[in-house]
Design a protein around this ligand. Structure first.
Ligand code: NAD
Length: 497
């Protein structure tokens, strides 16, 4: 229905706001410092964004704490908070096209994905936690006749959320929505590459009735703004999604400062296994391609390792190659594009050099397309499939965060479970089988926070999302996420006197 021209015209009419949102309005960073905000589709500068300093972080934390103490959010009844969060979700829905455009222009994903996935997920997340907050109940424990012991939930206070660029709005809301629902003040630091939608979100939150200082957005550099949040003595909780390296830094920041609680959703190198007994190989091939090539492969749960049983290996690889062709990158604003531009030059270079390293280490290129492609002045990568003999090749071990799939043959269930678990990461895992016993047995043995049987990457806001091992701990989404942003208080009341 809509066309590239339609979205280009819409984009040309957009106003970009790159200032931080501190207290109750837009704010420049200390000394007016800025960072360029680049459109990865063509390398053009969209605008400048605030480059927040330690002093900006201090100011925002002070306002967040004051708001928490004031109580015009933290002390409101669940029903009142629910009404505001629902208005917030309504406003996100009303601004779907604008927010989807900001997302696509800022980080290069196809506009069709922003509209069909990121925005509905964001809105639904806000609505889910608006509803969930009234379902939280406290406890009275069976301690005996002469005493009443209650366990009540309290908001933790000031929460900082440091988020990545691959699903900027959606991941922001996975943290923001439950933290706000619990009554906290929240400071979001978006990634340098993708701050525009979070800044717009803060203005919509204020319009919905979120009080001053309760939701603030501080764009800036990880090693300055992010680090200042991590080390701050008056932040109670730091919730993070991003690389494992940065996640480890946040644990160190917490140890060096006030022992703030840290929740980490980090990287992955998720395996997908196709057993020869599967009667749905065409579907499995379509899913395996989508699982690595959607969003240009910039997906934490991307199934970037594929293990195929020997008896069907050649047939399956042919099916996979046909599916991969659909993910040739195109203009992000073209609704027909199934993949867009890589987020920036750094990420492009990282993936290109990862492919070169894999080939140098013996991986065979199966894709008949050009290995790496560029288009215009932006950063585009073709879907790439590399065949490996075992897990020793770097493409089977290191997260590249791009459209690159490593494929390996296996001969037995025992062997493939060992191969799948032979990783520092433990985020997602998938398996394809028509054998019910094997489906249960193998899912049970896989070391991953999420396992998909005969599908991959299904999600729902009601279901927890997160990993094990060096993929992190704690869960986004679902009612369980509210545990991260609330404290339990045990109160003993002596009834004997
Ligand atoms: P990144 O770790 O470089 O950056 C993430 C955030 O941390 C950004 O806001 C960045 O500014 C900040 N940051 C960077 N260095 C910092 C430092 N020294 N101190 C404090 N903050 C710092 O990650 P990225 O490249 O933006 O995102 C890609 C990574 O995110 C991949 O590893 C991917 O797997 C992971 N990811 C994980 C999930 C999940 O749910 N597990 C979801 C999406 C992305």
């Amino acid at each position: 229905m809509s066309t590239l021209e339609f979205w280009q015209q819409k984009a040309a009419a957009l106003n970009f706001e790159g200032r931080a949102w501190i207290g109750d309005g837009y704010s420049t960073a200390e000394q007016g410092r800025t960072l360029p905000c680049i459109n990865p589709a063509n390398g053009d500068k969209l605008t400048d964004i605030a480059d927040c300093s330690e002093a900006d972080v201090d100011r925002a934390v002070g306002l967040a704490r004051a708001a928490f103490k004031r109580g015009d959010w933290s002390q409101r009844t669940p029903a009142e908070r629910r009404a505001v969060l629902e208005r917030f979700a309504d406003l996100v829905a009303e601004h779907t096209e604008e927010l989807a455009l900001l997302e696509t222009l800022d980080m290069g994903k196809p506009i069709g994905d922003s509209l069909a996935f990121d925005l509905p997920q964001t809105e639904h997340c806000l609505r889910f936690y608006a509803g969930a907050l009234e379902t939280q109940t406290d406890e009275i424990l069976p301690t005996g006749k002469n005493v009443l012991a209650t366990v009540t939930r309290e908001p933790v206070g000031v929460v900082a959320a440091v988020v990545p660029w691959n699903f900027p709005l959606m991941i922001t809301c996975w943290k923001l929505a439950p933290a706000l629902a619990c009554g906290n003040s929240v400071i979001v630091k978006p990634a340098e590459q993708s701050s525009l939608s979070a800044i717009r979100l803060a203005a919509l939150a204020a319009e919905a009735g979120i009080p001053a200082g309760v939701f603030q957005v501080l764009p800036g550099q990880g090693r300055i703004t992010g680090q200042a949040l991590g080390l701050h003595m008056d932040i109670d909780c730091l919730t993070f999604t991003g690389s494992t390296l940065t996640g480890k830094r946040f644990m160190a920041y917490a140890a060096q400062s006030n022992l703030k609680r840290v929740w980490l959703e980090c990287g992955g190198k998720s395996p997908q296994i196709v057993f020869a007994d599967s009667q749905q190989l065409e579907r499995a091939a379509a899913c395996a391609a989508a699982a690595i090539f959607v969003n240009q492969g910039e997906v934490c749960i991307a199934a970037s390792r594929l293990y195929v049983e020997d008896a069907i290996y050649d047939e399956f690889v042919q099916l996979l190659l046909e599916q991969a062709r659909q993910y040739q990158p195109g203009a992000p604003l073209d609704p027909a594009s199934r993949a867009g531009a890589m987020v920036d030059q750094l990420q492009f270079d990282r993936v290109v050099s990862g492919v070169k390293d894999a080939v140098a280490a013996g991986a065979r290129t199966l894709t008949d397309t050009a290995l790496i492609g560029t288009q215009g002045a932006g950063w585009y990568l073709n879907p790439t499939i590399l065949e490996c003999d075992d897990n020793s090749n770097p493409v089977m071990r290191e997260e590249l965060f791009g459209p690159v799939l490593g494929v390996c043959r296996f001969h037995s269930e025992e062997e493939v479970v060992a191969l799948a678990n032979d990783s520092d990461y433990g985020l997602g895992a998938g398996l394809w089988t028509d054998n019910l016993g094997r489906a249960h047995r193998v899912s049970h043995q896989l070391q991953a926070g999420m396992v998909w049987v005969n599908s991959y990457a299904d999600g729902d806001i009601t279901v927890p999302f997160g990993g094990r091992k060096q993929s992190g701990f704690g869960r986004d989404k679902s009612i369980h996420a509210m545990d991260k942003y609330s404290d339990l208080k045990s109160t003993w009341i002596d009834l004997s006197h």
